[in-house]
Structures are given as C-alpha cells and as structure tokens.
Design a protein around this ligand. Structure first.
Ligand SMILES: NC(=O)C1=CN([C@@H]2O[C@H](COP(=O)(O)OP(=O)(O)OC[C@H]3O[C@@H](n4cnc5c(N)ncnc54)[C@H](O)[C@@H]3O)[C@@H](O)[C@H]2O)C=CC1
Ligand SMILES: O=C(CO)COP(=O)(O)O
Length: 315
C-alpha cells in the first residue's frame, strides 16, 4: 500500500524518510519543491538527511491518487484551504493530519475540517512528542495515532523508529497537540524573562489543567490527555529549545526581535482557544495571558501579576 506525504516542511520530510527507510513506497509532494528531486534531500527545511531510494518526489499533486493513505503535513492555518482546493483528489482516502493546532477562522481542529471538507475520507490524527530532526536521524520516538478502527493504519505507519499507540479519540489527540504549543510559548516567556524553573513547572501543570478543561468541553477522554499526544508532547515542547513554540516564547521573554517565516503554531491556536474558552465560559487564564502578551495588551510583568492575583482556589 503506497503512502503519500503532502507538505514537505521539516515534519512531512522526516516522516517520509522514516517510512521509506523501512522500504515502503512513499511519495512526498511539496508546493515548492526547489531542488529536492535532484538533490535527494530537503536542503531548505531538513538539511543533512538524504532521501532513501524508495522515497519518490511527486511533481504533480494529482499523482496522490495512487496512494490510499495520505499524510497531511501542511501548517494548521493552511489546512482548510488546502483540503478545499484539492478535495476531489481525496475521495475515500485515509487522511492523516500531522499538523497541530486549531483553525483560527473557524475554531475547528483538523478532524472536523477533514470530515466537513472531504466527507468520504477517513480522518486520522498523528501526534505526540517528536522533533522532525529526531525522526529523520532514526532516533526512537513514540506517537499516538487516532483513528476509528485504526489497526491496519497503525501497522502501515509504524516504522523502525516510530512506535505508534492507537486510540479512537481523535478529539483528545488533536487538543493535546494544539494546546501544548500554547503552554510552551508561556513557558518560554517565563524562562526568557528570568522568572525561573519553578514558574515553568507551575505553568506546565496549570497549563495541563487548562488542556483537560478544554478537552472535557469538547467531549474528549481525559486519559487521552495523559498520554503521548497530551502530557508527553507538553513535556517535550516546554523543555527543549528545539521547539519553535518554546523558543519563540524565550525570544519574547528576553525582549529580542521575533523570528519571521517560522512555523509557530501556538500563536494562532492561543487566539483560537481563548476565543472559544471565553464564549464557552471556561477558564483558560494562561492561554488568555499568552494572547494578551502577543497582542501587546499586557507586558509580561502585568501578565504574571494578573495570574498570581487570581482568586485562591482548590487545586
Ligand atoms: N517540525 C517538527 O518537529 C514537528 C512539526 N509538527 C507539525 O507539523 C506541521 C508542519 O510543521 P513543519 O513541517 O515543521 O513546518 P515547516 O515550517 O518546516 O514547513 C511548512 C511547510 O508547509 C508548506 N506549506 C505551507 N502552506 C502550504 C500550502 N498551502 N500548501 C502546501 N504546502 C504548504 C511550506 O512550503 C513548508 O514546506 C505543524 O503543524 C507542526 O506543528 C509536528 C511534530 C513535529
Ligand atoms: O510538535 C513538536 C514536538 O512534538 C514540535 O514542536 P514545535 O512546533 O514547537 O517545534
């Protein structure tokens, strides 16, 4: 069964390399392929990792038709338009969203976007703690694959260095992956601003409480949040400078110029989630403070003061 990966950023490229290293027929499509096909490497997004022989670079997205399993590795805020543009190609396919976030315009996660845009497709979500460079380097990783009746898909996407755990809770998996990025920005801000590691631990723990609250609102299973796609990814992303979300927060906290052209999914997702939390009447003060700092409505000092002066409550 051939597999296509659409979107050749760092993550899509790393997944394609790992899948192809096991000898599967894998194709990788990029909107702007540059010299990928001749260099046999993604020199712009994932340099230093040559493509295995069984990885084919697709010229035309229409050629995805030969694959039953399609991995969607475009950034979250591009997913809805991307699927709408190419919906005719995805009839009856298994569409595996590899992006992490909530669509700012519609408040939808990837599964709902897939269901509404490609109703004949089977939606799945691949998420969990993994940096693209680790996967491409063949280092061991464990991720969550969410899909209804996902056993065959789990086998098809497991590789020598990617161990997949299966669940049918698509909502829980996508919420964990989306919200951990918001908490990672908050943690980066705290460390960058010199607030200390105790503050980071507090933000991770109370951020996790926000993730659970939001997940309950959306009908997710609480245990999903405790797994790789929730707690696991929160731990990785809030503690490593390899994370773009954490590093973005660090830069913000230090008051340095912010990076441009980098995929920092937590920025839009923080706004999406705090809009949704506000309209649903649930408390997500950390997400709301991240948005206030990003929008320059509060300084970091004011945001900290606001979090610390909230009414005292039970844990
Ligand atoms: N890089 C990582 O370590 C990991 C990334 N992810 C997730 O994967 C998703 C993609 O991230 P990266 O690959 O790291 O981003 P990236 O910044 O390396 O690349 C994004 C890619 O998407 C392409 N793209 C943008 N708009 C497009 C469109 N409309 N049509 C086709 N292609 C388009 C760009 O040309 C670029 O190649 C994100 O949601 C991220 O959270 C998940 C786990 C790990
Ligand atoms: O999702 C990731 C690790 O699991 C990658 O994190 P960043 O998008 O913050 O780099």
């Amino acid at each position: 069964m051939s597999i296509s990966v659409l979107g050749a950023g760092a993550f899509g490229t790393a997944l394609a390399i790992s899948l192809a290293q096991d000898g599967r027929a894998v194709s990788l499509w990029a909107r702007d392929p540059g010299d990928m096909a001749t260099a046999r490497e993604n020199t712009r997004r994932l340099p230093g990792f040559p493509f295995p022989n069984s990885l084919i670079v697709l010229d035309r997205i229409e050629d995805v038709e030969t694959s039953q399993i399609v991995l969607l590795a475009v950034p979250m805020q591009k997913l809805a338009a991307f699927l709408a543009q190419h919906a005719a190609l995805f009839q009856n396919k298994t569409l595996v969203a590899c992006c992490k976030g909530i669509d700012l315009q519609s408040g939808r996660g990837p599964a709902e976007i897939i269901r509404q845009t490609c109703p004949t497709a089977t939606p799945a979500i691949l998420s969990g703690p993994s940096f693209a460079v680790d996967i491409a380097a063949g280092l061991p990783t464990a991720l969550t694959l969410a899909c209804e009746d996902g056993e065959a898909l789990q086998a098809a996407l497991s590789t020598k260095n990617i161990r997949l755990y299966r669940t049918a809770d698509l909502t829980g998996v996508e919420i964990g992956g989306a919200l951990k990025n918001v908490v990672a920005i908050a943690c980066g801000i705290a460390i960058g601003a010199g607030l200390g590691e105790s503050a980071r631990a507090a933000l991770m723990t109370r951020g996790y409480a926000e993730m659970q609250r939001y997940a309950a609102l959306k009908g997710a299973q609480p245990e999903t949040l405790a797994g790789l796609s929730g707690f696991g990814d929160l731990t990785l992303t809030c503690s490593s400078e390899k994370s773009r979300n954490y590093s973005f927060g660090l830069t913000l906290g230090r008051g340095d110029p912010l990076p441009e052209g980098t995929t920092v999914e937590g920025r839009a997702t923080a706004k999406a989630v705090s809009n949704l939390a506000q309209s649903a009447g649930i408390e997500m003060p950390i997400a709301q403070m991240v948005v206030a700092v990003l929008d320059n409505r509060l300084t970091i000092g004011q945001a900290v003061e606001s979090l610390l002066s909230r009414p005292l409550k039970e844990e």
